[in-house]
Every structure is written in structure tokens, then in C-alpha cells.
Design a protein around this ligand. Structure first.
Ligand code: FAD
Length: 420
């Protein structure tokens, strides 16, 4: 049985890994060159059982609108919206309810916990060449108000069985003495982890090839051959690829590819940036999030990566220096040993998160095609959810019942047919 996977980011590669484990003969088609980039390389590398609240939550829309006039804010939305963006925004508003958050939280917890366990298994199989560190994550706050909100969130986490602990500034410093912090306090999530995403992608690519998986670069899927409810081939400038089953894992570009199959996967690209200091003045041992600034900070080997912003502005990877400046300015505020000058001359990396309107991935078989699996829309958690997504894709391909119920992730949930 053959499987053709569209997209060579973390979701496509993990899908390939688990499909190969299930015994499938796998080909991955990647639009970019082998030396190319995807959202999966420059991200903050955090594995986040702590993130049980979907992006579409009450208050998010108001927060986003408040940020619009600040050029250095962590959130921005294109002022002249396209028809797709208006449609996505309306769906986002409809989804951002307390009921949605409560329904999604146990699912996100289960997905992240299983993914973490799978990462432990992969780290063992790969000799931990991607640097998995299981020391937890700190939510660092500058203000008491933000700390109180995080403490309230920690109580909700514990109610879901996710360990979380509120710490004073002194306790925070004791947990990570290698870094000087200027904070009001923190919430510590001990089960979170971090890793080096570039090494993970490189390691997966190498080992997939050793297992006989073909990864074909410069092969953008631009069309499909279909017959009677089945897809029989993907069309690319590099030729036509036939397979028994297909997996759509094209990240922020998935809707384009899905359109050719008549599937509706509302999605916006959420652009973010990261900067990596090769020789940081200080190196924390834990990854952390600067809560008010919405900036993620991760030690990766001897380097330190800082990343953030969410710009909803189309599939455009161009760098906005004002927003990068917003990230850089936040670092000395929380980590005073650093100055803005430490980042001078660094080239910012940009990546497009695939963001669905309800903040949940699309994962499952669309009703229209019996031999297609969709795996995309992971927004801010694609790295974290890579292995569990791959495992679930493998189970779907093999017609096994999935380890986690997938109803809330149906790729048909926004299609008019599913509402009819
Ligand atoms: C600044 C920043 C920090 C982040 N930090 C974290 C973090 O700490 N933890 C976390 O879990 N997540 C994080 N994320 C999110 C995470 O990076 C993404 O969710 C994840 O990389 C998405 O993976 P993907 O495989 O779906 O998409 P991608 O990595 O974008 O891969 C999709 C691939 O499909 C290819 N493709 C698209 N269309 C076609 C086509 N038609 N034919 C062939 N190929 C195609 C593309 O070229 C691309 O290589 C962060 C993101 C950003 C921007």
C-alpha cells in the first residue's frame, strides 16, 4: 500500500514516520528545495501540555483589535481584509466562546500529553539528537495583574490534571539560576519540554530516507487526478505521483491544495519571527514565555532563541522590522543581563503558522474522498503536536480506530455540507 504525503514540514514528516511504521510505502512531496525553510524550522521548539486553551477564546478578538494601532505589538491583522479573511474572522468570533474552550481543553491536553510521550520515544530511538529537554516551562510575568491571571490559569490546568505551580520571584530564580530575571513571579509547568526544531527536522529526514521513504523536493502539488470519490494521483511539475492514499499536510498553504479537491479548510497564515543568539550572555536551562510581551524564549544547545508575534497578513514571509523590534525590546525587560544591542545584525527568521478559525487542527478523513487524510491547521502548536498528529494519521491510513477521538478536529467542520 502506497501513501503520498503533501508537505515536508513537521506534520508531513511525522505523518511519514508513523505511516512507514505502519508498513506503508511512503513518498513525501515538498514544494520547496531541500535546503528550503518551513514554519517547522525556526519556531520556538516548545512542547506544551500547558497550552490547553485554543487561540479562539473569549477576549482574543478584543485583545487583537486593541493592538492594531501599536506597530510593535505582538498581534497585527491586515487593515484591508480579503473576503477569506472576513470569513475567517467571522468564524473565529463565532468559535471564541467559553463552551468551545471547555470542550477543546481536554482534547488539547490529551493530544499534547500523547505527543510528549511520543517525543520521548523518538528521542530514545534517535539518541536524542534533537536535544529534548524535559525541564518544564516558565510563564514569566512583569506585573501582578498578569501573574494573577496566570495563577488562575494554573488552577484550571490542575483541574484538568496538568501540573502547574505558582512561584515567587525567588522561587523562580532558584529553578533556573543560570539566568537573571526581573519578574513579578511565574507559573511553572513541569511537564512542558523543549527541543531544537531544525535538528528534529534534519534527523527525521535522514531516518525517513534510511527507512526507504522518498522525499521529493521542488514538487509543488498543483492538481489532482480523481475518480469516483477517490484521488488517484497528485500532479506536480516534477511529474504525476500515484498512490493508494494521500495526506494533505501543506501548512498555511493547505487551503490552496485542498481547493483542487473541493474541500473547504478556512485558514489564515499567522506570521511570526524568531532570532537566535549564537553566544548568549546567559543561557537559561528552561524555556519560558514572557507573558505580557507574548514572546517565547528557548535555549537550544548553546544558543538562545526568542520568537513571537502573530501577523495575519496573508501568505507573505516578508519581515516587518518594527514588530521584530517589539520582540527584541522585551528581552532586557525580563532578562536584564541582555540589551537590545545583543540582537543587532541578526537576520530575523519568519514563518507562517497555519491557523484555523477555531484554533484547532484539521485532522481526519474528509467525507468527500475515501482515501485522503487531512493533517494541518496546528497554529501555535504544530511542533508540539507533530508526533501525535503523525501517529493519528498512521492509524487513519491503516483503518485503525484512532488513539484519540477526532470529532472536534474534523476537516469537514466548516464545510457547508456538514452543516446542511
Ligand atoms: C515564531 C514561531 C514560534 C513557534 N513556536 C512554536 C513552539 O514553540 N511550539 C509549537 O508547537 N509550535 C510553534 N510554532 C508553530 C509551528 O512552527 C507550526 O505550527 C508548525 O511548524 C506547522 O507545521 P506544518 O508542517 O503544518 O507546516 P509547515 O512547517 O509550514 O510545512 C508545510 C510544508 O508544506 C509545503 N507545501 C505547501 N503546499 C504544498 C504543495 N501544494 N505541494 C507540496 N508542498 C507543499 C510547504 O512548502 C511547507 O514546507 C511557532 C511558529 C512560529 C512562527
Amino acid at each position: 500500500m502506497t501513501v503520498c504525503i503533501i508537505g515536508g514540514g513537521i506534520i508531513g514528516l511525522c505523518s511519514a514516520w508513523y505511516a512507514a511504521e505502519q508498513g506503508f510505502d511512503v513518498t513525501v512531496l515538498e514544494r520547496g528545495p531541500e535546503s528550503g525553510d518551513s514554519c517547522s524550522l525556526g519556531n520556538a521548539g516548545m512542547i506544551v501540555p500547558s497550552h490547553f486553551v485554543p487561540l479562539a477564546a473569549p477576549g482574543m478578538m478584543a485583545y487583537g483589535l486593541k493592538q492594531l494601532t501599536n506597530p510593535e505589538s505582538p498581534f497585527w491583522i491586515r487593515p484591508k481584509p480579503t473576503k477569506e479573511l472576513i470569513d475567517w474572522g467571522l468564524k473565529f468570533m463565532q468559535s471564541a466562546t467559553q463552551e468551545h474552550v471547555e470542550r477543546s481543553a481536554p482534547l488539547l491536553r490529551d493530544l499534547n500529553n500523547l505527543s510528549r510521550a511520543e517525543y520521548e520515544r523518538l528521542a530514545e530511538a534517535f539518541g536524542n539528537e534533537f536535544g529534548l529537554v524535559k525541564r518544564g516551562l516558565l510563564m514569566l510575568t512583569k506585573t501582578q495583574h498578569a501573574l494573577d491571571e496566570e495563577i488562575a490559569m494554573a488552577a484550571k490546568a490542575r483541574a484538568l490534571g496538568i501540573p502547574a505551580e505558582a512561584l515567587t520571584p525567588e522561587e523562580t530564580a532558584q529553578l533556573d539560576p543560570a539566568i537573571t530575571m526581573d519578574v513579578a513571579g511565574s507559573v511553572y509547568f513541569p511537564n512542558d519540554c523543549h527541543l531544537a526544531p531544525g535538528k528534529l527536522v534534519a534527523g527525521l529526514t535522514k531516518r525517513l530516507r534510511e527507512r526507504g521513504v522518498q522525499i521529493i523536493y521542488s514538487a509543488a502539488v498543483t492538481g489532482w487526478v480523481t475518480t469516483r470519490g477517490r484521488v488517484s494521483a497528485a500532479l506536480t511539475p516534477a511529474g504525476q505521483f500515484e498512490a493508494d492514499q494521500f495526506v494533505l499536510a501543506g501548512g498555511a498553504w493547505s487551503p490552496e491544495a485542498a481547493q483542487g479537491l473541493g474541500l473547504s479548510l478556512p485558514m489564515q497564515a499567522g506570521k511570526g519571527y524568531s532570532l537566535t543568539l549564537e553566544n548568549p550572555k546567559q543561557l537559561p536551562e528552561l524555556c519560558s514565555i514572557f507573558v505580557e510581551a507574548r514572546v517565547a524564549v528557548t535555549p537550544m544547545g548553546g544558543t538562545l532563541r526568542v520568537g513571537g508575534t502573530m501577523e495575519i497578513a496573508g501568505n507573505d514571509l516578508s519581515v516587518n522590522p518594527r514588530r521584530v523590534a517589539g520582540i527584541v525590546k522585551s528581552v532586557p525587560r525580563y532578562f536584564p543581563a541582555f540589551s537590545e544591542d545583543d540582537f543587532a545584525g541578526l537576520t530575523p527568521w519568519s514563518g507562517l503558522r497555519p491557523v484555523s478559525p477555531d484554533g484547532l487542527p484539521y485532522l481526519g478523513r474528509p467525507a468527500k474522498w475515501s482515501n485522503v487524510v487531512v493533517a494541518t491547521g496546528h497554529a501555535m502548536m504544530g511542533l508540539s503536536l507533530g508526533p501525535v498528529s503523525g501517529k493519528l494519521v498512521g492509524e487513519l491510513l491503516a483503518d485503525q480506530s484512532p488513539s484519540i477521538a477526532l470529532e472536534l478536529l474534523s476537516p469537514d467542520r466548516f464545510s457547508s455540507a456538514s452543516k446542511g
